[in-house]
Design a protein around this ligand. Sequence first.
Ligand code: ADP
Ligand code: MG
Length: 699
Amino acid sequence: MTPTPAKLPATALSGPQKALHKLGLVRDIDLALHLPLRYEDETRIVRLGDARDGEMVQIEGQVTHSEITLRPRRQLRVTLDDGSDTCVLRFFNFYPSHQKTLSVGAQVRVRGELRGGFMGREMVHPSFQLAGGELPGALTPVYPTVAGLPQVYLRKAVLGGLSRADLSETIPGQFLSKNRLQPLCSLHDALQFLHHPTPDVVLTTLEDRSHPAWQRLKAEELLAQQLSQLQARRVRAAMRAPALSGPAMHGVHCTLQEQLLARLPFRLTAAQQRVCAEIEADLKKRIPMHRLLQGDVGAGKTVVAALAAARCIDAGWQCALMAPTEILAEQHFRKLISWLEPLGITTAWLTGSQKARERREMLALIESGQAGLVIGTHAVIQDKVKFNNLALAIIDEQHRFGVAQRLALRSKMTGEGQESGQEPHLLMMTATPIPRTLAMSYYADLDVSTIDELPPGRTPIVTKVVNEARRDEVIDRIRGQIDEGRQIYWVCPLIEESESIDLVNATQTHEALSAALPEVMVGLLHSRMPVAEKRAVMSLFTSGQMGVLVSTTVIEVGVDVPNASLMVIEHAERFGLSQLHQLRGRVGRGAAASACVLLYSTGDAPRLGETARARLKAMVETNDGFEIARRDLEIRGPGEFLGARQSGAPMLRFADLALDADWLAWAREVAPVMLDQHAELAQRHVLRWLGGKAEFLKA
Ligand code: ADP
Ligand code: MG
């Protein structure tokens, strides 16, 4: 039976259908675009005498021996002879029916990996059937799948989708003839081919995706992405936002921004001034800002956000700041309160863990418009939150939020009494920079401001990679730092011991450090602690009473304790590069020389794996977030980079920005012309590829 999951309500779905949904395979076209991971060649029978060990082969022969042995484990052992050689088939799980099919004298066809065993050649758990059946004419696709979705079911579903999907041409011929690869096959032919390649195909052209069928898919995908971004940009350009130019009240001789600047204990860096000017210019316009502010950890993005907020509030509008974690939201809250409340700005605070009464009070402040600035976690975008007049939404660590959450924040503008079609300005902040070229070419709908210098007086962080065996030396070093009045972070990857992964957990480390440093207050912070407790621990550390903070990665983003000078990361080999860089950025925020120790363990292996080594090496060699991002890209490849980080962007499945720069250039050239001259085809193309995920459909 061919599944038609799209038409069924979610609750009526069978297990495999649910799994299909989980893979995002809902529409026929989604199924058609679900491409094989690899192929199996069942089109040929190989002679054992010609096959090499380690090869996946299909052979046919006669069973010459069959027995159940108990040593070393209960198993069915069958000997097969195809005239050129013999091979032993071993089954650890088997039914009487297996035994029957594989009884002595039977002619069978088996398929599996050939191994050169101690007792001769063998196959473990090969697939088998009676010999003599017709051989398939095309390679057999093997699809990426998830638990609960058997390959056979998935294969049927995909082929069903492929036969039903509308694969008619959406790219006008004039653009197809403009590309470098001629002839480019149609989408229909490309998909037919990739799902059933003929046995004569050179497999490497499928593996490295250089085959014309793959080229067609890459071109299609990149075009969809560019069309969607461009369309979003045009939709936005047609929308209106409040122009936040001058102060709403007259008679004030000094703007809020000027007052804030005068009160800061430091001067803005040139880079901060430049990005402030870029943001200012956007805020003055009647078109909603859509700007990404990127700057390395510690570059000073918060003050830039505060100045933008001051401009907004000065103009008589509300500003919202959303942060991904409570700790971070609270940090912002304290800092911004200390800057803005003396200027007469009322600040409201919203989190999930807030007491009902406090929350009611906050909601009232927000709805009445009394609160100029609203800070919080995801709680800010809940339905109950009604803004009086939101004009600027700021999202910190934006890569932690999805598109849906950003949109929800923007939609807060369409409250009652507001001009319809109005949108707030949007400022997204991130310490995970997108490499510049990528940002320019890929994110057509994003303006980017970059803080490319750190505040003065920072000494670079020295990073050391240390084997776990030298843990005691690290503890000595902690003592030294404590004696100098400094504070230390110690980060662990997991909070509870798991049987399968032998990780030293935060709790254990906390106990060990407490014992080793009896005179020091050692705190513990992890994500499963009640919020009140987290807050208490954090405030002890912020105030300087606590010397060492052992934590899981909850401190990854945004925490700012300038007196902390040493960051120890345990099992550093398990962290991603950008995460390591973020963590390291928690130190080196004050004037004191700071260090980061990357403790690693190789487990049972003699040495670290190659990518882990590359990551740790990159950490030692550079402190520059852009360089880190570049190396990360190199180590992981851009598809994964974008997919994991910029969760707002539709992930590229087929194209690879580094390898397919030509196709990206082609798509950038074609997209605007196609939108102008073939709007309907453009729409169909984007819908086909991005479905509900298309940016402009939500804009
Ligand atoms: P991030 O960009 O990682 O969010 P923060 O905004 O938290 O960085 O700033 C890091 C630290 O640098 C904070 O303590 C902040 O007050 C301080 N800071 C920001 N700008 C400057 C500056 N121009 N001169 C000196 N210190 C600054
Ligand atoms: Mg920050």
